[in-house]
Design a binder for this molecule. Sequence first.
Ligand SMILES: C[S@@+](CC[C@H](N)C(=O)[O-])C[C@H]1O[C@@H](n2cnc3c(N)ncnc32)[C@H](O)[C@@H]1O
Length: 526
Amino acid sequence: MTFISLCKLAPLRQANKTHMSQMQLPLPEFMKLPESPSPEELLRVYSSDGITSIDKRVNLELEYAHLLKTTQQFDRRLVSFQANKNTKFHSWLKYKEGFSSKLVETLFDKFSVTAGQRVLDPFAGSGTTLLVAQSKSVNAVGIDILPLCHLAWKAKSRYQQYDLQILQEIRQQIDKPPLWSEVKFPHVAITQSAFTEEQERKLMGYKGYFESLSVDDATRDLLQLVLMSVLEDISFTRKDGQYLRWDNRSQKAQQRDANRTANGKTPYHAFYKGEILDVSHAVQQALDRVIRDIEAVQKTTVRPSEQVMLAGTVLEILPTLDADQFDAVITSPPYCNRYDYTRTYALELAFLGVTHQGIVNLRQEQLSCTVENRSKLAHLKAFYEGIGRANEYHTVIAAIDSNFALQEVFTAMEVRNQRGDLNNKGVVQMVRGYFTELAFVIYELYRVCKSGANIAIVNDNVRYGGEIIPVDLLMTDLAVTFGFAPLTVYVLQQRKGNSSQQMGKFGREALRKSITVWQKPSSGHS
Ligand SMILES: C[S@@+](CC[C@H](N)C(=O)[O-])C[C@H]1O[C@@H](n2cnc3c(N)ncnc32)[C@H](O)[C@@H]1O
């Protein structure tokens, strides 16, 4: 059974006819749309099996088809951390979820962001946007919830303050590893046995040594970042999608497989990570890179400007920022993909002293992108009441409730859950929470931006239980409700694949990975 109402789609399709060729994306032959797809053809590509209603989403595709622009200007390398791997400063912490400095530079050019202006990145991560802003004398505000991002930003942004001679002396001192330490790594349950005993003692030896030095705060933070940046390389873990993967030499993997075998289950066969870097080697290498970059950049002069990274949740910080102050927003929120930053960065968080409960709290506070996230609605309501803006809370909720495509997605998730098509029922709340919270962010972005400001948001579309969730267009539709003018949705050419499980079950079309661009027009809130 299918719920699509073809007659309802026809007029929209007519209206957008001239733009339909832009929907021609590189799909496998059998999934390709013809020049002028009929609603039935769109349905064939969009729907997995016709179980749920998809017409609101198809309408959304038709309505915004003219915005979609498949481009080679932005590729996966540019919108991911890949292009930062060897870039000065940006490479100091491998933040796989980051985008590249090149992307930010390209967007600065596109938006004509110039020295003295002010940009915002509400999901600032490792500080890519802020760092590019600093290099171009553009003022910037960033927000992030993870302490490791703040350490990375502090260390990278203060490059002019470091005394190279002191750093070089410290580097010489660590040619010989410091004494082993009896101080234990502050493990939390999920990080236990991440290192061999020898590596852990060495690591803590470096930590103790760095802490014993009488250096200024900036240098102390820099040294802490150096240590934090090697944790993955010296451990049995690898950051991999939603979780930390464990090497089969680790106690944890061995114990887990022994338990499974004892219970008559097949062992997981943990992976083999390859060479695990020796702590001394890793720390020396990291400090060498840092010194090299500082040396190169200290010679250059940049007109001073101001960048700040605010710590906490965007949902509470954005509403407290003054209105009409930003000339541009460049950002990438967590994707709606079950990726849990608090698990993948558990080693780094524990290293910084975040406790188990602290990690649990961060998980709940981050934008809902894991199946464990609970609704933040009651909290948001109380928060908006507390700051005397209860009516705006209701404005955002009304926008969500009256967004047909969004409601269709929420219903589809419920239906899929009831049918057992989701492999975790938490996906239902995650999707609902994700868009609800993003709606608040988008509403606030409108408020804090100046008229004429451009907004660029990198995101991925997703699919659960066979249901395509067009994140880019759903965000755009909310943005339009709040007054933004949608400009372009740049679609990356190599589109994001699906998990093999999803591909096998629900067809093969890939999902869009895009950069969505809106503008705050000259008039006020619509
Ligand atoms: C895709 S990453 C951004 C990466 C960034 N563009 C970079 O280049 O490093 C998304 C970021 O959003 C942050 N985040 C998630 N939920 C948040 C919240 N509620 N408030 C503030 N930041 C949040 C995460 O900690 C993560 O660093």
